[in-house]
Design a protein. Structure first.
Length: 669
């Protein structure tokens, strides 16, 4: 990668202007201008984005993303090359070019010399300062003057870069070309450039050349008179006829030539141009007419091609006629006619066409040559022949110059197209190189992405396996959860059932407790009755024992009575056997039992004793016994509740042993 030239080499004679631009962008002298700030500043040049991109690539060769002072000066020089219509190459960086036009040209103070006098009151100071003179001289030398003169067509291209209106440029040319020879010497070129810069500073161009810009007067240079070959000089002959002046460049637009854009179309496009020209400088930039172009519906690539055709000097701006041509090409495209690859001669705007030299009446030699010291001219055949030949040569010269001017214009147009194509080629080459680099980076990125893709695919596969396992676990857990939920529901149902059973059992428990209390009362009552019954049973057993004893005694007495009856021996019965059987129960329990059951007391029994003395005679006679009366008729045990237990057939009481005794006694009575 070639190193960039130094800022001094790049700026050349415009170092002050370059330094002023640099101070505008980097007022703090940080030495670093960021890309956004530099891009915003460079867009003021009016160049297209493609050209600015190419300028940036050549300025920031290291790809740092910012510009230092050296890179910024290179960018300014490339802008001036583009505005001058030159190729954007490193070889042209050291060539002399006009200063770049980026916005308003900064006011550069002179670096030395005497102080600038104050401007006159009410006017403009037209004095050319030494620094400005040096700048204009360097620009004059860069245009390669021939014998100290620069043709009008070269000066025209320089003046057109100022973007001043055509009438203003024409007025400046008229003031600068004092001798009207169609060429500018060093002083005339200085005057022209100084007036251009003053016009850019919004100063009005004067109607006549200011005295400060007048060329210093010089004594006339004697010219030897022309002498016909082979003849001595004629007395009183004036200097020879001067050469026909060269063509003077015309800056005013001429619509008299044939142009594809008709008058009606011009009338239609002109208001739109004035509407788009916001700053009223006679030019429109791409940003100003971008919306107008896009509203047409033509594809952007075709619009870019149309712009390239109309912007013949690659200035990034269009004047009125170029704008009209662009709109005409857009309408042709909308009508189905594609724009040509290059402009045809009838498509070139009139302002961009070379103009033939003005037709001036050829003065005959007879009028040019006058007699010396006022002597009248005498015509001769030789002079007439020479005059005729000179007229023919002048006419031929004008034709050749017109042809040459036309060829130069064609060459200039073709050169502009070639430069444009070369610029596009360089841009495309740089773009291709950049795309190749991007392709390499993209390939690396693609390889990295492929590796990442493989890793991600592997990770996805592993994740899918883990996902399947987790899904299986989740499904199993769901089944378990469903089963547990079912079991839980069953347990809840069973719990509710058990609760109901518990409630019923509690109710049953309460009922049983109350029943138990009632049973306990009955038990206590029955237990009392049982004890009482057992007591009665014991008393009954005692009575039975007593009765059995009485029965034995009675059985023994009956046997004795039977024997006595059988033997009819009354004295066989002892007196003890005749004693009444005592039925008195001595036990207190029996007394209580007898009282409860209505058993008579022994005293009562004695009162009704059938064997008492009241029932017999008092004289010891036989006691009369009534056979019909039962001695136990009034027995209190006749209704004994235990009688059934003792109602046996052989109780010994089936026959009354005293029945016969009673009968016999009765009989005895």
């Amino acid at each position: 990668m070639a190193a960039l030239p130094s800022p001094t080499q790049v700026a050349g004679g415009h170092a002050a202007i370059y330094e002023a631009y640099y101070q505008q962008v980097d007022p703090s002298a940080s030495g670093s201008i960021p890309a956004p700030l530099a891009a915003k500043f460079l867009k003021k040049s009016g160049l297209s984005d493609i050209i600015l991109s190419r300028i940036w690539d050549l300025s920031d060769t290291a790809g740092r993303g910012y510009l230092n002072k050296q890179g910024f000066f290179v960018a300014l020089k490339l802008v001036s090359l583009a505005q001058a219509g030159k190729a954007l190459t490193t070889a042209n960086m050291l060539s002399e070019t006009p200063p770049p036009k980026i916005g308003e040209l900064p006011n550069v103070l002179p670096t030395g010399g005497p102080p600038k006098p104050p401007p006159p009151i009410g006017g403009t100071d037209w004095t050319v300062q030494p620094a400005e003179k040096l700048k204009y001289d360097n620009l004059f030398d860069s245009l390669e003057p021939v014998k100290g003169l620069i043709p009008g067509n070269k000066v025209k291209s320089v003046m057109m870069n100022s973007k001043l209106p055509l009438p203003t440029l024409g007025k400046i040319w008229d003031l600068a070309d004092a001798d009207k020879d169609g060429m500018l010497d060093r002083h005339e070129f200085t005057v022209a450039m100084h007036l251009v810069y003053k016009a850019l500073e919004k100063h009005a161009i004067p109607a006549t050349l200011p005295p400060d810009l007048m060329k210093p007067t010089r004594p006339p240079i004697p010219v030897a008179p022309a002498v016909a070959p082979g003849r001595p000089p004629m007395p009183g002959m004036m200097p020879p006829v001067p050469a026909v002046p060269k063509a003077t460049p015309t800056f005013t637009s001429a619509h008299t030539v044939h142009w594809v854009v008709g008058p009606s179309e011009r009338a239609k496009y002109e208001p739109r141009f004035k509407l788009a020209d916001k700053d009223m400088d006679g030019f429109v930039s791409g940003a100003e007419i971008k919306d107008i172009f896009l509203q047409s519906g033509v594809p952007p690539p075709i619009l870019a091609h149309i712009w390239g055709l109309c912007d013949t000097n690659q200035s990034g701006k269009l004047n009125l006629e170029q704008f009209m041509l662009a709109m005409w090409l857009i309408e042709q495209k909308l009508a189905g006619v594609n724009p040509p690859p290059s402009l045809a001669p009838d498509m070139v705007p009139p302002c961009m066409r070379p103009k033939p030299p003005p037709q001036q009446p050829q003065q005959p030699v007879l009028e040019v040559v006058s007699a010396n010291a006022g002597t009248p001219y005498q015509s001769t055949p030789e002079l007439d022949m020479i005059s005729k030949e000179i007229a023919e040569l002048a006419l031929e010269k004008r034709v050749l110059e017109t042809d040459i001017a036309q060829k130069e214009a064609d060459i200039k147009i073709k050169s502009g197209e070639i430069k444009s194509l070369q610029g596009e080629l360089d841009t495309l080459a740089a773009t291709l190189k950049q795309l190749e680099n991007q392709k390499g980076e993209a390939q690396k990125r693609l390889n990295d992405l492929k590796g990442q893709k493989s890793a991600l695919e592997k990770e996805v596969s592993e994740t899918k396996l883990l996902l399947d396992e987790e899904q299986s676990k989740v499904a199993l857990l769901r089944c378990q959860a469903d089963e547990q939920e079912k079991t839980l529901k069953e347990q809840e149902d069973e719990l509710n059932q058990r609760k109901q059973e518990l409630e019923s059992l509690k109710a049953e428990e309460q009922r049983l407790e109350s029943s138990l209390k009632s049973s306990k009362g009955q038990y206590e009552e029955l237990n009392g009755n049982l004890q009482e019954t057992q007591f009665l049973i014991s008393q009954a057993k005692a009575k039975i024992t007593q009765l059995e004893e009485q029965q034995r005694q009675m059985d023994d007495a009956i046997i004795m009575y039977d024997k006595a009856l059988t033997n009819n021996d009354a004295f066989a019965v002892p007196d003890t056997s005749l004693d009444p059987i005592s039925t008195e129960f001595r036990e207190p329990e029996f007394v209580q039992f007898a009282m409860v059951n209505g058993v008579a007391s022994p005293a009562d029994s004695k009162q009704d004793d059938p064997f008492s003395s009241s029932n017999g005679s008092n004289n010891g006679q036989s006691v009369e016994v009534q056979s019909k009366e039962n001695a136990f008729e009034n027995d209190q045990f006749s209704s004994d509740p235990f009688a059934a237990n003792f109602s046996q057939p052989n109780t010994g009481f089936d026959s009354d042993p005293f029945a016969n005794f009673g009968a016999s006694g009765k009989e005895r009575i």
